[in-house]
Design a protein around this ligand. Structure first.
Ligand code: SF4
Length: 311
């Protein structure tokens, strides 16, 4: 029986993983290395993914803090009401954080992990932007600290990736995961549930695909729209319907039932600051989403991994 199940949980949360691994509460702090994205700067495409405004992902980009040190100090100062963390994961979050010269990337990562309160590194990136030498660098750092690479995938269906203007295929993602795992890197994957091109069964297909890949973690986002993006225009024109909470909860629980019990669930839904978010409004209430997911597991009498063949 998984530890998290014995402790009374219905899924393997990131907080539970951090407490197991580090023996205390750990918080991720978002850092902006000022890197661009090849899907925005014209290398692969212009305009980026239809849902993307990098500033909406990142406090550091919104606050316009210059140095990584200043961003770390600010991130560590942020109050966390119930239990303030004393140690942190440096999370390179906005844009594509493996997109740059190797020596520049090394300098950013080294600066972050040299801080005495930083216990690990999380690097968000695209699956088509991880040359072997960058993965080798992350593997070298992983021998000194906890390192996770987080790939934006969103869906295993190439038609959905085209609809979002991701600029890469599922096969590219599989290649990136294979090369990352060959180096023993912990791989996290970002997903969007509720894409208009996908049925409930399509989302289950993505869950079954990802269950085969020996991933470390999954981060779920509901389809939400940030102002001044192409997705927001589509939602405003009524071409896209942003999912209701009840539907989203069913999809998340479907997905988790098919996800192996050793995969950490980094997040159950996404949101953006009020000044950026067009909708849906329910996703800002993360506690309500968490309670609803737990309640749905209770109603079904299931848990994470219950429908995974290897459980
Ligand atoms: S790959 Fe990431 S940073 Fe680039 S456009 Fe898409 S969501 Fe934005």
């Amino acid at each position: 029986m998984p530890d998290w199940l014995a402790a009374g949980h219905s899924y393997y949360s990131l907080n539970y993983f951090y407490k197991q691994k580090f023996g205390e509460k750990i918080r991720k702090i978002s850092l902006d290395a000022g890197l661009d994205c090849p899907n925005r700067d014209g290398t692969l495409g212009r305009g980026g993914c239809i849902f993307c405004d990098p500033a909406s992902f990142s406090p550091s980009r919104r606050l316009n803090l210059a140095s990584l040190s200043a961003q770390m100090e600010e991130g560590m100062r942020q109050p966390l009401v119930r239990s303030p963390a004393q140690r942190f994961i440096a999370y390179f979050q906005p844009a594509t954080n493996t997109y740059g010269p190797l020596d520049r990337l090394r300098a950013h990562y080294e600066e972050a992990i040299s801080h005495p309160k930083i216990v690990g590194l999380a690097v968000g990136t695209r699956p088509d932007c991880v040359p072997d030498e960058v993965l080798d660098l992350l593997a070298e750092l992983a021998r000194r600290t906890f390192v996770q690479i987080e790939y934006g995938l969103q869906s295993s269906h190439n038609r959905s990736l085209r609809w979002m203007n991701r600029g890469h295929t599922y096969e590219t993602f599989l290649d990136a995961v294979r090369r990352s795992r060959e180096r023993n890197l912990q791989v996290g994957v970002h997903l969007i549930l509720g894409l208009p091109s996908e049925t409930r069964e399509d989302m289950r297909i993505t869950a079954r695909e990802l269950a085969k890949l020996n991933l470390h973690s999954l981060k779920f986002h509901n389809l939400y729209a940030v102002k001044n993006t192409r997705l927001a225009e589509m939602a405003h024109r009524g071409e896209v319907v942003l999912p209701e909470m009840a539907d989203y909860i069913s999809w998340v629980v479907d997905f988790l039932e098919l996800t192996p019990p050793n995969v950490v669930i980094d997040r159950l839904c996404g949101d953006a600051p009020a000044e950026y978010l067009l909708g849906p409004p329910w996703c800002v209430n993360k506690s309500a989403v968490k309670r609803a997911v737990e309640e749905e597991f209770r109603r079904r009498g299931t848990r994470q991994g219950v429908m995974n063949a290897e459980c």
